[in-house]
Design a protein around this ligand. Structure first.
Ligand SMILES: Nc1ccn([C@H]2C[C@H](O)[C@@H](COP(=O)(O)OP(=O)(O)OP(=O)(O)O)O2)c(=O)n1
Length: 152
C-alpha cells in the first residue's frame, strides 16, 4: 500500500500533467481562434458596398435613427467627418505613401475616420436613391473617355 506522501507526490505530478496539457490545448484553441478571426477579417476586407449599405440600414432601424438620416443631415455629418480626417494630417507636412513612420494607433484612428466618411457617403447615397456602386462604375468609364491613356 502506498504511503500518504507518495500518493501526494503522484497526485501532484498528475495535476501538473493536466495543467500543462490544458495549457497546450488552450494554446491550440487560441491559435485556431486567431486563424478563424484572420479568415473573418479577410472576408470583411472584401465586403461589398451593398453589404455595408445593408448593415447601415440595420444599424439605423435598430435605433430608430432613420428619422435623423435625411440627405442634408447625412451630408453635414459626412463633411464633419472629412474635417476630423483632415485633422489627422494637419501640420504634419507631406506624408510618404504607406505612412511608414506613423504609430499604429494613428493608423487605426485614420482607418476609423476614413470609415466614418465612407459610411456616411454610402448612407447618403442610399437616402438619395443612388446606387453608389453602379454610379461609381459608370463614372470610372466616363473618366476614362474624358482622359484617355497615352498608350490607347
Ligand atoms: N446619427 C448617427 C450618428 C452616428 N452614426 C454612425 C456613422 C459614423 O460611422 C459614426 C459617427 O459617430 P460619432 O458621431 O460618434 O463620431 P466619431 O465616431 O467620429 O466620434 P468622435 O466625433 O467623438 O471622434 O456613427 C450614424 O450612422 N448616425
Amino acid at each position: 500500500m502506498k504511503g500518504a506522501s507518495s500518493l501526494a507526490t503522484e497526485l501532484d505530478s498528475t495535476l501538473k500533467f493536466y495543467i500543462k496539457n490544458s495549457r497546450h490545448m488552450e494554446g491550440l484553441e487560441n491559435k485556431q481562434q486567431a486563424a478563424e478571426m484572420e479568415k473573418e477579417e479577410k472576408k470583411e476586407a472584401d465586403i461589398s458596398l451593398k453589404e455595408l449599405s445593408r448593415r447601415l440600414q440595420d444599424f439605423a432601424d435598430e435605433r430608430d435613427w432613420e428619422q435623423y438620416h435625411s440627405p442634408r443631415n447625412l451630408l453635414l455629418a459626412m463633411v464633419g467627418e472629412v474635417g476630423e480626417l483632415s485633422e489627422i494630417f494637419m501640420w504634419r507636412g507631406e506624408v510618404p505613401k504607406g505612412l511608414p513612420n506613423w504609430e499604429e494607433a494613428d493608423k487605426e484612428h485614420l482607418g476609423e475616420e476614413l470609415s466614418d466618411v465612407l459610411l456616411y457617403l454610402i448612407r447618403l447615397s442610399d437616402m438619395c436613391g443612388i446606387d453608389l456602386g453602379d454610379a461609381a462604375t459608370k463614372k470610372i468609364v466616363k473618366n476614362a473617355v474624358k482622359y484617355p491613356a497615352k498608350n490607347n
